[in-house]
Design a protein around this ligand. Sequence first.
Ligand SMILES: [Zn+2]
Length: 251
Amino acid sequence: MDTMIRAAIGYGFRAIGFSEHSYAPLQSSYCMPPEKTDDYFREIREARERYKGKIRVFGGFELDKDSELPDDRPDYIIASVHELMCGDINYPVDWSESIQRELAEVKYGGDMFSVWQEYYGEVVRHVERSRPDIIGHFDLITKYSLVDESDPGYMELAAGAAVRCMETCDTFELNTGAIARHLRTVPYPADFILRKIKEKGGRVIITSDCHFPDRMTCWFSEAEDYLGALGFRQDPHADLNEKVKDIEIWY
Ligand SMILES: [Zn+2]
């Protein structure tokens, strides 16, 4: 935590938010175990005190669709879908291209479109259930470029899901994580989804989802031009919710 906070101060950030993966019973490999969750929020509280006057420190969750909702809401919740199920087998669709193909094969006879339909259905359900502050990497299913993002059927599916989500949550990540990992050259969500978000009055927060201090600002300056070209305007003193205030959000 100190390493990340010091890096953030070095980059000139006014605030930093930690968004550890919430505990979800099926994905224990990358999720925070329940017994560590109290420690995590205690460390955040301590860091907040330690860096008072230098940078503001927020503590949130990246909440998985199979995670229980916390009794006490943290400073913010990002709702993300990382995996789909087939029977009782879990397929983490952001793990590899072959996992996506295997899921399409075993569950839908190779039909990828059905995988995308299921993915966006889960995203909408998750957002409606967890009422997050931010929707995480909305079109993560495109990570390995198995999706033809110019396909009209796909575009309708994805943009339609974004509009459904916005009935519950109006703020989406502009997530540069796949660029930091050299998997994509553009952030999530795709530009046509961002246009729909803008058209419907939604908001965007730039995040790097980087996991490493040296990539914490990956594509941030490009993102400003990118969002500007799509018609978004920057509000450097916006409120995310009643706990996370005075941060940069694009609308
Ligand atoms: Zn994620």
